[in-house]
Write a protein that binds this ligand. Structure first.
Ligand code: SAM
Length: 264
């Protein structure tokens, strides 16, 4: 069972996302639990103050350390009472980029994963000093809070837990598996506005379909995310498919523009 504890000032932001689709099913099947903890419940004052002005001045408010440290201590205590350990995570733009490998590692985690959601200008630095959380970033941009990143971590990990997805093969045949982007997908109707579906997908020839998909995955990755192929040693089959793409003139110079590069 994958277990998350989310420390947040806005538990109502987190709960609705967990009430739908695969995440809901994962919880119903007992494969996943997510518990939201309102940091205001760990304040000692009458007004339940969780933030304060930054020392040194400046815009915005900073989340106070004490409620966070108390909340983590309470979760750690509860975990230890049942012989468990915790893994502390903090989504922040300062963290290392969150990747599919990271998601896979989380999916195998047996400890309770505690995610601290920052908000406002961020969190008192002493929280990082005291808890030394694993810091992960969703990308080089700034969000209003850590709630969406926490949900991203939970979603990315939970869908890799066997039984959460409807079809377990889905997680084996998708982008970043084998460090490639996924091949293009099509569904009915067979023609839209004069654009059809590649003949091979209608052929029923499984090996030909497999090779076509592999080739398209290599092409897409080469064009859109050449960084994923850096240092890669290609199998004989992949090299052959790349050679074919080259000779068909379908591999142009890599482009870093999303959606740029080759036409379908
Ligand atoms: N003042 C901070 C800075 O400049 O680095 C940004 C604080 S942000 C408005 C509030 C919180 O949102 C952060 O503490 C973090 O938990 C979360 N957050 C924002 N952007 C994020 C990102 N790219 N990845 C992960 N978490 C992020």
């Amino acid at each position: 069972m994958l277990r998350f504890d989310v420390l947040t000032l806005f538990p109502d932001m987190v709960a609705p996302v967990l009430a739908h689709s695969m995440l809901k099913r994962g919880q119903e099947k007992g494969l996943l639990t997510v518990k939201g903890h309102n940091l205001r419940d760990f304040t000692a004052d009458r007004h339940k103050v969780v933030d304060d002005m930054p020392y040194g001045g400046g815009a915005g408010m900073v989340m106070k350390a004490e409620p966070i440290l108390l909340a983590v201590a309470a979760i750690r205590h509860e975990a230890q009472a049942s012989g468990e350990d915790i893994r502390m995570m903090f989504p922040t733009p300062h963290g290392r980029p969150f990747t599919q490998d990271h998601a896979r590692q989380l999916a195998d985690e047996r400890r309770r994963i505690v995610i601290l959601c920052g908000h406002y200008e961020g969190v008192d630095e002493r929280v990082r000093m005291a808890l030394a959380p694993e810091e992960v970033s969703l990308g080089d941009y700034v969000l209003t809070g850590g709630e969406l990143p926490a949900l991203v971590l939970i979603d990315a990990a939970a869908r890799l837990v066997p039984g959460v997805l409807g079809d377990p093969v889905s997680a084996l045949e998708e982008s970043f598996v084998d460090a490639l982007l996924e091949y293009p997908q099509y569904t009915r109707p067979a023609e839209i506005g004069g654009i059809g579906v590649p003949d091979v997908l209608l052929s029923g020839h499984h090996e030909a379909i497999r090779l076509w998909r592999r080739k398209q995955a290599l092409r897409s990755t080469y064009v859109r995310r050449p960084d994923l192929l850096k240092g890669r040693i290609f199998t004989k089959e992949d090299q052959q498919l790349l050679d074919e793409l080259m000779s068909e003139g379908l591999l142009t110079a890599p482009t870093s523009t999303p959606g740029g590069g080759l036409s379908p």
